[in-house]
Design a protein around this ligand. Structure first.
Ligand SMILES: [Zn+2]
Length: 97
């Protein structure tokens, strides 16, 4: 699958907040996506970053499409982005002492 699709800017009415996103991290230095690019900000993923996976849909797999149409769980396509790019929240933990 190509990840070269265009990112489009859309009004807030079309975005809202995606429910159920999982905050993942902090990334360890040897995590396989460290050095990969977040398509929302064009910055590389680095150790200690927090990220999430944006669910995009069933993709091109016919079986996944059928399951999605019927409201069933399916294996689909997602895109890893920085937690802050997906939510606006800080990507780092704030430690209050
Ligand atoms: Zn980002």
């Amino acid at each position: 699958m190509s990840m070269d699709g265009d990112i489009v800017l859309v009004p807030v009415q079309l975005i809202g907040r995606i429910p159920g996103l999982s905050k993942m991290g902090p990334k360890e230095e040897n995590h396989p996506t460290v050095g990969g690019t977040c398509l929302l900000c064009q910055q590389q993923f680095a150790a200690l970053d927090y990220t999430t996976i944006l669910p995009l849909g069933p993709g091109g797999d016919p079986e996944s499409r059928t399951l999605a149409r019927n409201g069933k769980n399916y294996d689909g396509v997602g895109m890893e982005v920085h937690w802050s790019c997906a939510t606006g929240e800080s990507g780092s933990e704030i430690i209050i002492q």
